[in-house]
Structure formats: structure tokens, C-alpha cells
Ligand binder design. Sequence first.
Ligand SMILES: *Cc1c(COP(=O)(O)O)cnc(C)c1O
Length: 403
Amino acid sequence: MTVKTNVDRSLFDEVMVPCYSPMDFIPVKGQGSRVWDQQGREYIDFAGGIAVSCLGHCHPAMVQALTEQANKLWHLSNIMTNEPALRLAKKLTEISFAEKVFFANSGAEANEAALKLARRYATDNFGPEKSEIIAFYQGFHGRTFFTVTVGGQSTYSDGFGPKPGNITHLPYNDISALQAQISDRTCAVIMEPLQGEGGIVSPSAEFAQAVRELCDKHNALLIFDEVQTGNGRTGDFYAYQGIGVTPDILSTAKSLGGGFPIGAMLTTDKLAKHLSVGTHGSTYGGNPLACAVAEAVVDIVSQPETLAGVTERGEWIRQGLAKINDKYQVFKEIRGKGLLVGAELNEQWQGRARDILVAAGQQGLMMLVAGASVIRITPSLIISQQEIELGLEKLDQAIASLV
Ligand SMILES: *Cc1c(COP(=O)(O)O)cnc(C)c1O
């Protein structure tokens, strides 16, 4: 006979690898931008599963796409192609600069494909010496060993033995540092067109432009990691479209599946042909369930009204944060674009972002941090004005409980 297990937070400590420190409550149900925990407490969701749940929880169009596909066909592997994958790839090429798509299951895997393609292209065209990858401090590209090493935080990549080589890190937004480092041995520059995990830092227009020009000058590829910024988050479908700088390779994940795991690498015909049969792959990549859901997501997010709504909602949140700041003097700067919002804490509040996050949870608000001193808000792209106001009230109460 099996004994019924108590499924509570203490079970996490008992059976899970301790690489996370989840909050005390366990959500069991979500609808739109509201979530309920095991005790039936209601939360406003300003976190969106870390910029993933772009249409909120259980959006009817996603539920329909998922259940329809679930009753048809779940999986084939890449020994065969499938209709949802082909339809989604076609849409992604129509909506972006890209002509070719590779499907993966996560952001890290999409970046892994991007980096491998860049190395392959350089090797095929210029020889093995052209292998340097330039990345930026505070950048985040995932947790596989290659991507975490390319990421700009050594605390994430140290302590796992020898690292993949020839990766250089430079300060973000520093044109002269890039000018000094980039050379004909540089194979690619990878950057987020707005650093997310690193603290919500936008590139200056001059920096983005200079990166593109320097890459062209040295035959280096430009990779935009749009895992967090992509799929409407900044108010453009992809952030590069709002910056006016087009990359050679783009990685996308998070909001692409809206809560169903999927990632993709987008690129041009010219580059794609270097990943010929057998050079790369994934068992689950392009899975019909994932692609059917992502197709429903892309259909809604790409509508001009949805994208315009992102900018409007971002403004409401920024105004709300400014009001809270007038009352309590907590923020040094409110940053970001669209619904990728960050607020950096001032001197008196240094290092207290997690305290605010925990206090917010107690008030019934789910939100995020980006480092020790930046709070981050990445809600559903279609969150209602009323839910935004309710969430801001809860944030106000959370901060009031800490002063
Ligand atoms: C989250 C994130 C990743 C990693 O995505 P996973 O799906 O966790 O592998 C990569 N790059 C950026 C910019 C991200 O925000």
C-alpha cells in the first residue's frame, strides 16, 4: 500500500536538487494574470513565469491549440517533419529577418545552436583561427556549459572544470572596448538587445549601431539573444525591430511557447546551409505539441493591437512605480522597455530586492528580481489595467511593510 505524501514546500527540500530556493507557497491554478495557491490564496502575477506566460495562464486559444494537437499527434522526432513545426517556422520567417528556423526546447539550446552555427560558419569560410566569441559582462545566455561560459557572470560558470575556450567578455555599452578587442579572428558577437537577468539594461542606440558596423568590418556574425526580449515583450515582435539593427542569428524561447517549452534559432539562408544534415539536432526540437501552442501564441502576440498594448501597459507600470517611489523613496532608476520593467534600488535599499519579492508574495503579488538590487516586472502582455493597479497596490503594501 502506498502512503499518501504531503505535497508541500518541505517536500522540495527532501527530494529536489537544491539549485533553487522557491517561495513558501505552491501555486496550483492560474487564469489570466491571477494565480491561486494550495490554500486558495489569490495572487496577481507580475512575474509571468520569468517573461514566459505572455498570454497569462490557460489562455483559451493556447488551451485549444494544445488539446487539439494532443488528440492528434504528440511526437515524431526529426526523422519526420510535422505540420505545426512547418507552419510555425513559416510564420517566424514572415515576421522577422530570418529565412530559416531551427527548433530547440529552451533558450539555452537555441543559443547553443546559434553559437555552434557561428563557429561552423567561420570554420568553413575562414579557417579554425576565426573562433573568438565576444560577449558582455552581466549578459545571460543559459545554463549549458557553452552558453553559461559565454554569459558574463563567472559565478555561474566557475567551478565546473575546464571551460569552452576563446570567449572574451567586454563591458556592455562600451564602444571603444569593442573596437579595441574585435579583430579578424572574431567569429561572432553575442548580445541581448536589452540585458534582462543582468539588471534590465538597454543598449544605447550608438552602441547597437557600432556593434553591427564592427561585426561587418571584421566578418564577424552578430547574434541577438532575444530569449527574454522576444515575442512582443518590448512592444516590437522582436526587440531588434525597435532598435533598427538586424542580427545575423537570433535566438528566441521563453514567451515563444507562452508556458510550453520551446526555443528556436532564426537565421538567413546563407548561414543556415552550414548546418547541413547531421551537424546538429534535437530529439524533441520542433515537437508538434510545442509548435502548435507556439503558433497560437505568435498569432495573437504579432497582432498590432497586442504590441501597442504592451507599450501602453509598460507605461502604466512605470507610472505606478514612480508613484510608489514618491511615497517611499526606494528606487534610483526605473528602466526597461515595454513589459520588461526594472527598478533599481537606491543606496538605502541596496541588496534588498529579494526582501521586496518575499514581502510582495506575502501581499499576494508574484514578481521577480534581476540581481540583488533590481526588482523586475514581466507580466502577461495582455494583463488588464485593473490587475496592474491591484498589483501595484500590493507592491506598495509590500514596501510599506519593510520601511
Ligand atoms: C532565460 C534566458 C536564457 C535561457 O533560457 P532557458 O530556457 O532557461 O534555457 C537565455 N538567454 C536569455 C537572455 C534569457 O533571459
